[in-house]
Design a protein around this ligand. Structure first.
Ligand code: FRU
Length: 467
């Protein structure tokens, strides 16, 4: 389909759909969500000329996956975001089935996007091109076209370039599937972003002491944190274990040291980034003040997503809140970006036996709970959190089957910080050792009720609207 037809359809959808979508009571007050249609991966997260830019995988035409566009928001403060002109719409043969995920860099002062042109053929096969687009004076993007064809030795699943600058070279990590159907991450180098040289596979199924570990790795990201190199990636095809890998696809990281010459990346074990029901395809950027920020998609491919009630209002999915990353004892710690504290209203503090606690309005709120005693929390509708002294369990009913399902964390609980926003909840455990992110659809206003016969301390803030 030519760009003009697709664009006209997209415009019609936005014009007719944005009012009902904006009126949906489940629409977040302080998280990013699509005006209409489906949002998935965060793309091109960057601070450029002092302003944050966040692009996103977007199908404006339906609440379904399809030929993806790149939407574009920008913000001075990570709180108030404005829509920028549409960045990319699939219009060319090299991206006929979508402008898929990728990243952004500042090249000679110009905001430059590197993304995957996804191409599917009638016989079910596919190929992929890594493509470049540069920002023009109107704030839109001019497509330069493909800068890398499918590398030899890989299937058509090669995508999601993340590019960074190191020692006066450009480097790229790419998600890939080899011809034996194993997921890999490739490292490439370039002098000018236009021609790329493959250095090798830095990680993947069957590499670096890892056994079989998935048939495809999506959305890699590589960055330096506390004198280590961290590789984020999303392996597909890991079998579920009792307390791990419970979502359809996983999102996690390896910590190691990357040799940029030899593409050697000895690394430790895979750790999941988030243990909730909805989290995938995160991307990070480094801020001007040196922080590493992460935003993820609060969704999962191929879950019970299309049973979410917002579909009836013409939109689906949100981003997570922006999170600050640090590395402590080889593990990533995630904390809500400090800017979010500006959304807090007056603090209310309460101390006593859990079951004596008042009922709290958590429609848009932040709640801290301090205790190491067993207790349970009901967030309204069908979402509950239970701490039994060893396991923390988040339980809800699967929207497709109606059956209860659980996500779990095991450890010594001291502190919880729960951030809610009308239809989502992000639970930061022990100051961000682990996080559980989930969408949920409570009766509004959402209420938090506590149970338990031991002492807790609770702090509550309402959070203001900002998007
Ligand atoms: C991850 C992903 C990426 C791809 C994009 C398409 O969610 O499948 O691998 O580029 O979404 O929207």
């Amino acid at each position: 389909m030519k760009e003009s037809t697709l664009l006209k359809q997209a415009l019609r959808q936005v014009m007719s759909g944005q009012v009902p979508a904006a009126a949906d009571p489940y629409r977040p007050g302080w998280h990013l969500a699509p005006a209409v249609g489906l949002l998935n991966d965060p793309n091109g997260f960057i601070q450029h000329n002092g302003r944050y830019h966040l692009f996103y995988q977007w199908n404006p035409l339906a609440c379904a996956h399809g030929a993806k566009f790149w939407g574009h928001w920008s913000s001075a403060d990570l709180l108030h975001w404005r829509h920028e002109p549409l960045a990319l719409a699939p219009s060319e043969a090299f991206e006929s089935h979508g402008c898929y995920s990728g990243s952004a860099v500042t090249d000679h002062g110009q905001l430059t996007l590197i993304y995957t042109g996804n191409v599917k053929y009638a016989d079910g096969s596919r190929t992929a091109f890594q493509c470049l687009a540069r920002q023009n004076a109107e704030g839109g993007f001019d497509k330069i076209g493909p800068v890398l064809d499918l590398p030899a030795g890989y299937s058509g699943h090669v995508r999601d370039p993340k590019v960074w600058r190191h020692n006066n070279h450009w480097y790229m990590v790419l998600g890939a599937q080899d011809l034996t159907l194993r997921g890999k991450v490739l490292l490439l180098r370039s002098e000018d972003l236009l021609s790329w040289h493959t250095l090798g596979e830095i990680a993947g199924s069957g590499l670096n002491g890892l056994g079989e570990f998935g048939y495809m790795w999506e959305c890699p990201d590589l960055f330096r944190l506390a004198d280590h190199d961290v590789l984020l990636c999303c392996p597909q095809g890991l079998p579920a274990e009792a307390d791990h890998y419970l979502n359809t696809f996983q999102s996690g990281y390896f910590v190691g040291q990357l040799d940029h010459q030899s593409a050697h990346f000895p690394h430790g074990d895979f750790s999941e980034l988030d243990l909730g029901f909805e989290f995938y395809a995160p991307q990070t950027t480094q801020t001007d003040d040196g922080r590493r920020l992460l935003i993820g998609w609060m969704g999962i491919p191929d879950g019970d997503e299309f049973y979410q009630p917002t579909v009836e209002q013409g939109w689906i999915h949100t981003m997570t809140c922006p999170r600050e990353l640090t590395l402590v004892a080889g593990k990533i710690i995630q904390q809500p970006a400090r800017e979010l504290q500006q959304l807090r209203g007056t603090m209310q503090q309460w101390q006593g036996i859990a079951m004596d606690a008042p009922i709290w309005d958590i429609t848009q709120a932040e709640v801290e709970i301090e205790t190491d005693h067993p207790f349970s929390a009901d967030f309204g509708s069908d979402l509950q959190l239970q701490w039994d002294g060893e396991w923390l369990r988040l339980t809800r009913n699967n929207r497709r089957s109606g059956l209860p399902e659980q996500r779990v964390w095991r450890g010594h609980l001291r502190h919880l910080s729960v951030l809610s926003d009308r239809s989502s909840i992000e639970i930061f455990i022990n100051g961000g050792e682990s996080v559980m992110s989930s969408r949920y659809f409570p009766a509004l206003p959402a209420r938090l009720t506590l149970k338990g016969d031991r002492q807790i301390t609770l702090r509550h803030w309402s959070l203001a609207d900002c998007v």
